[in-house]
Design a protein around this ligand. Structure first.
Ligand code: IMP
Ligand code: MG
Length: 179
């Protein structure tokens, strides 16, 4: 599949991301200060760089696990259900869990992921999302911590892809199509 020509405009610099990650980690550590060992769950694949930076700033005992769900893609279903492609390795019953997501867009992915994880009866479950596009929301869901609110633009970098490219950019950029 070919993608149309595009260029990438910097939206959030690597330096701004690093500063924000430090702040988020401080707030998260304070929130979970009484937790014996926090289970940090990264949603693959978009969160892999964010979670790597975030856990290194977290002054807490942590366990890291990953969950991959199908993107509903071209699904015509209004519920936009997701399927588990790769499940957690560990149990979360009775545990404190932090879900780490790259972007909350319509909200369906996070909504369904939380629904799935809550059936496993964690003690507490909270969400940290790097980016939020509030103007795109279709289902009510809110991360307790958000790195940056962004406008309705398609973004890449810092783990986030467009057609499986640009995840390795150290900054967040907005895709601009050329014609
Ligand atoms: P939602 O279910 O609509 O909230 O979509 C969430 C998922 O869609 C994110 O975890 C991303 O994987 C993907 N996504 C949403 N917006 C963007 C974007 O601007 N760039 C790349 N992926 C995106
Ligand atoms: Mg994602």
């Amino acid at each position: 599949m070919t993608t149309p020509a595009y260029t990438i405009d910097t939206l959030i610099s690597a330096k701004a991301i690093a500063a924000r990650v430090e702040d988020l980690a401080r707030e998260i550590a304070a929130h979970f200060s009484d937790t014996e060992k926090l289970v940090v769950v990264g949603l693959l694949r978009g969160s892999f760089i964010f979670i790597a930076d975030l856990v290194r700033e977290l002054d807490l005992p942590v366990e890291v696990d990953f969950l991959e769900v199908s993107s509903y893609g071209n699904s015509t279903e209004s519920s936009r259900e997701v399927r588990i492609l790769k499940d957690l390795r560990g149990e979360i019953e009775g545990r404190d869990v932090l879900v780490v997501e790259d972007i909350v867009d319509t909200g369906y992915t996070l909504h369904h992921v939380l629904e799935i994880l809550r059936t496993r009866h964690p003690r507490r479950i909270e969400v940290c999302a790097l980016l939020d596009k509030p103007s795109r929301r279709e289902v009510e869901v809110k991360a307790r911590w958000t790195g940056f609110e962004i406008p309705d633009k398609f973004v890449v970098g810092y783990g986030i892809d467009y057609a499986q490219r640009n995840r390795n950019l150290p900054y967040i950029g907005a895709v601009r199509f050329l014609n």
